[in-house]
Design a protein around this ligand. Structure first.
Ligand code: AHR
Length: 495
């Protein structure tokens, strides 16, 4: 069998919501403090306290939406502790993540400033587990009410005259676990109650997001859809790619070919997982009004040796790049229901796009995938028929090749590709059907490395970086032929 791809450019599968390329930043380890926020007095260059290098790197990704403040942290966070003059804000203990004492200097104003500087939409996650209905109602009023009211007046007193636009609001996080250990029957009633007070002020229309299931917990989705569907605009799903067991996940950088294979096999399980939850959603919402938001996904390995176990700091290799690319392809394929996804987490935690150490910053292989794939944002997903060689190991098999294609509003077609095989090249033929043939030029970019565990370090920040993809041959009939190196991610532009 050969790797053969047919792209029907005249048949679209729908719009790829740019929010699929969203991110998640939690008060966890060195994500917010150090990774994003250094404070105005820091010797590290910053814009109003937000470090400039990280901001500039993230801007290049066209981040469409950023989720904050958690995660498990969200259900411990009391937003009023994070407003007003910074020197008088009271400290809190981040008891879920390493017991760190935080000074609350990064709060609502700072987060919404970050979103303004990034040009992205905020996705705020409210507190159901340990917060009150009133607290949630007042947070929304504080941020979005333009008239005179206690909360809008408080916002003005804190220096912000005009309300912010806040589109996405999550009512609790992982309420089946760290967010209160609830049963779905209990949470769905709480959800209905809390969301009542998440109000639309003026023309600020909030997308109300209910806490969804963890990986295969379809019962949670069933109950939420059955009893809560008409009160929500979106339901979430969390799924992490963990190569081994929860207790011993495995190293981010020291792994075998078998670990490589298992990790990728577990990453593409996202596809069947989405099918399972979507089947339930389709039963209660055949019109697909309620969005599915995968607001936590990515690799989860053991922390880097010598680092705080509560900080979840891990390195990022070509294996992460493949997980990112394969997963983004799956989201694009499910673009009729998946309207947002948020990789965990932006800086210094789990599958991060950037890592920092003091004043230094490096870009990870995952960063490069997001940068290469950003052209898919808001493009039309194209219909694809794929015939892939199998990639087999220890009696198991996954496709060697993964492909996704889209057309942007300017007519450019982009085709992203993964060769999952750890040591075999992939020869590919791509038939581009349904175009008028005027799109002759094809250029490509590839991310690959000599070692499966290749990664960027502060000493060697450019070990893994994109390069031009050579050897693309375009036949007279429009057929594209190319060879992808082992363990690689690529993108072609046809236009
Ligand atoms: O991303 C780390 C944690 O994983 C989040 O805080 C939580 O929601 C999930 O369990």
């Amino acid at each position: 069998m050969k790797n053969h791809v047919v792209i029907n450019a005249d048949r679209t599968k729908g719009n790829i919501n740019r929010h699929i390329y969203g991110h998640f930043a939690e008060h966890l380890g060195r994500c917010i403090y150090e990774g994003i926020w250094v404070g105005e007095d820091s010797p590290i260059p910053n814009i109003q306290g937000i470090r400039t290098d990280v901001l500039e790197a993230l801007r290049k990704l066209n981040i469409p939406v950023l989720r904050w403040p958690g995660g498990c942290f969200a259900d411990e966070y009391h937003w009023k502790d994070g407003i007003g003059p910074r020197e008088t804000r009271k400290c809190m203990v981040n008891s879920h993540w390493g017991g760190l004492v935080e000074n609350n200097h990064f709060g609502t104003h700072e987060f919404l400033l970050l979103c303004e500087l990034l040009g992205c939409e905020p996705y705020i996650n409210g507190n159901v587990g340990s917060g009150t209905v009133q607290e949630m109602q007042e947070w929304v009023e504080y941020m979005t009410f333009d008239g005179e009211s206690p909360m809008a007046d408080l916002r003005r007193a804190n220096g912000r005259e005009k309300p912010w636009k806040v589109t996405y609001f999550g009512v609790g996080n992982e309420n089946w676990g760290c967010g209160g250990n609830m049963r779905p029957e209990f949470y769905v009633d709480l959800y209905r109650q809390y969301q009542t007070y998440v109000r639309n002020y003026g023309d600020n229309k909030i997308v109300k997001i209910a806490c969804g299931a963890n990986d295969y917990n379809t019962h949670w989705t069933e109950v939420l859809m059955r009893d809560g569907e008409r009160y929500m605009d979106a339901l979430t799903l969390h799924y992490y790619t963990i190569p081994n067991t929860w207790q011993e996940k495995g190293s981010a950088t020291e792994f075998s070919e078998q670990d490589w294979f298992v990790t990728l096999r577990k990453a593409i399980a996202m596809d069947e997982l989405l099918d399972k939850h979507e089947t339930i959603m389709n039963k209660y919402d055949p019109a697909k009004r309620v969005a599915l938001i995968v607001d936590e996904w990515g690799t989860w390995f053991d922390v880097e040796p010598g680092t705080n176990p509560g900080f979840l700091y891990q390195q990022n290799t070509m294996r992460d790049a493949l997980v990112a690319a394969l997963t983004l392809h799956i989201f694009q394929d499910h673009c009729d229901r998946v309207q947002m996804a948020n990789i965990a987490q932006t800086v210094n935690v789990l599958q991060s796009v950037v890592l920092t150490e003091g004043a230094s910053m490096i870009l990870t292989p995952t960063y490069h995938v997001f940068e290469m794939f950003k052209v898919h944002q808001d493009a039309e997903a194209l219909d694809i028929a794929l015939q892939s060689e199998p990639y087999e190991m220890s009696g198991e098999s996954i496709p060697q090749i993964s492909v996704s294609a889209s057309r942007s509003s300017d007519g450019t077609i982009q085709i992203s590709l993964c060769n999952a095989h750890h040591d075999r090249e992939a020869e590919l033929t791509i038939e581009l059907r349904g175009t008028d043939g005027s799109d002759r030029a094809t250029e490509g970019t590839v991310l690959s490395a000599l070692e499966l565990n290749a990664h960027n370090t502060f000493a060697q920040p450019n070990t893994v970086q994109p390069a031009p993809l050579s050897g693309i041959v375009r036949g007279d009939d429009g057929t594209i032929r190319l060879t992808m190196p082992p363990a690689s991610v690529g993108i072609l532009r046809v236009g």
